[in-house]
Ligand binder design. Structure first.
Ligand code: UDX
Length: 435
């Protein structure tokens, strides 16, 4: 099929490369010239395992190209819109400017029979609004909403072999045709038996935000239990193992620690709350405000633990392990690790932080933090070591070896990812979160 992908950020670049990998003829379009130049040269502008290989092989076949010229969309029949919906600067809502601009530009180039597919995470009601715009400007084209559930670090795999496919389509013949076209786009996943849910626009939009709201709630639930465990001497990790054995609960997304960050969960739950308030149903998801507060409290707790451990923060040397919002990513958007490092530095601590992939991004964003290139440099002469992003490089550290580098053997395990017994045997004072 001939596909255009509007927006070549995280979602769009992965989608474009993956679609070409599946055999489609793809053009990726973005207004950011630097991004397009980088992708055209086969270099993703961010770290994502497996993406460089897929990008390179798809480009080599001639099936994938990138451009800043929107008119290139005219050569395609199916158009994916994958631009970002960040949080607005002055509130909780999603900033719809990029979506609106992308649709406005794209609609000039679509023809009779084309399918426009929204992938961005949007407030419920957006697809209906955009469908009306398309009906006015190009009545022969159809809109479908096909939310994306990819996780950073597994983005290519999640795109090529998703857990499920959700198609939000209009009623009637146009909707049936849209679903058939999407089945062709995702033919390999459909043939492999991937569940396909065909529904209306509003349900498709809500599936995405409710999935993220559920995941965020699960994490904040276990972090709330960690807060109770902290004052009772209970171990939240054992608790999660025990409740996780109940198949109705499940063990995944029950890791207590510094909580969730990244470019999706935090802003998506806030945008969902804002949208529910607009719809007069704020009370239905008021618990998400609590989910957000529990999550943000965990970051404060780590700063407090460092203060307690060192008897203050001014002049204390802190070695911070991890800056990305999660391992296998260079993404520092709403990263608990970066925020904690910045808050420690602002309180007068001498912070040296490191991350296998996010160091460069962190350096640009947080000049007050001394970002170094190795674990050794980060922990040398430290009074307190804080593990915040559970990269295997950090969780696999030998407590004895690290112990020889530091001034004091005090470790705060922000992800409950270390073996407390092994670190204590090596003479460390160990503090986890709710453990
Ligand atoms: C998330 C959703 O998983 C994905 O389906 C959606 O499309 C986009 O948002 P992502 O942001 O890539 O994906 O990361 P995810 O793996 O979900 O982790 C989110 C955050 O939660 C990370 O900061 C992670 O460290 C944290 N987390 C995750 C926990 O604190 N505990 C857990 O048990 C799991």
């Amino acid at each position: 099929m001939r596909i255009s992908v509007i927006g070549c950020g995280y979602l769009g670049a992965v989608h474009a490369a993956s679609m070409a990998h599946l055999g489609h003829e793809v053009v990726g379009i973005d207004i950011d010239e630097a991004k397009i130049a980088s992708l055209s040269a086969g270099r993703p502008p961010f770290f994502e395992p497996g993406l460089p290989e897929v990008l390179e092989s798809a480009t080599a076949t001639g099936r994938l190209r990138f451009t800043t010229d929107f008119s290139a969309a005219a050569d395609a029949d199916v158009h994916f819109v994958a631009v970002g919906t960040p949080q607005v600067a002055d509130g909780d809502a999603a900033d719809m400017r990029f979506v609106d601009a992308a649709f406005g530009a794209l609609v000039e180039h679509v023809k009779q029979g084309d399918l426009i597919v929204g992938k961005s995470t949007v407030p419920v009601g957006t697809a209906a609004r955009l469908a009306a715009l398309i009906a006015e400007r190009q009545p022969g084209a159809t809109l479908a909403w096909n939310p994306e559930f990819l996780r950073e670090g597994f983005a290519v795999k999640d795109t090529i072999s998703p857990d499920r496919l959700v198609y939000g389509v209009p009623e009637g013949e146009a909707g049936e045709r849209a679903a058939r076209l999407l089945d062709e786009v995702y033919a390999s996943a459909v043939a492999a038996g991937t569940p396909v849910i065909v529904t209306d626009y509003a349900t498709a939009e809500l599936v995405k935000v409710s999935a993220n709201a559920f995941l965020a709630t699960k994490i904040s639930f276990i972090n709330a239990m960690a807060e109770i465990a902290e004052v009772t001497g209970a171990d939240v990790t054992k608790l999660a193992d025990a409740i996780g054995h109940d198949a109705r609960i499940g063990r995944r997304f029950l890791n207590a620690g510094v909580g969730f960050g990244g470019g999706c969960l935090p802003k998506d739950i806030r945008a969902f709350s804002a949208r529910a308030r607009e719809l007069g149903r704020g009370e239905s998801v008021r618990f998400l405000e609590e989910v957000d507060s529990i999550n943000l409290r965990r970051r404060t707790r780590v700063v407090e633990l460092v203060r307690e451990a060192a008897g203050g923060l001014a002049g204390v040397r802190v070695g911070v392990l991890g800056l990305a919002f999660k391992p296998h990513s260079d993404d520092i958007r709403d990263s608990p690790a970066l925020e904690i490092a910045m808050r420690l530095a602002e309180a007068g601590a001498i912070v040296r932080a490191t991350d296998p992939e996010a160091a460069e991004n962190a350096r640009r964003r947080a000049p007050q933090v001394d970002v170094v290139d190795s674990t050794e440099e980060a922990v040398r002469d430290a009074d307190v070591v804080v593990l915040i992003t559970e990269w295997p490089e950090f969780t696999g550290l030998d407590p004895e070896e690290v112990g020889r580098l530091v001034a004091h053997r005090t470790v705060i395990d922000g992800r409950n990812a270390l073996d407390p017994a092994a670190w204590r045997v090596a003479g460390w004072s160990y503090r986890g979160l709710g453990r």
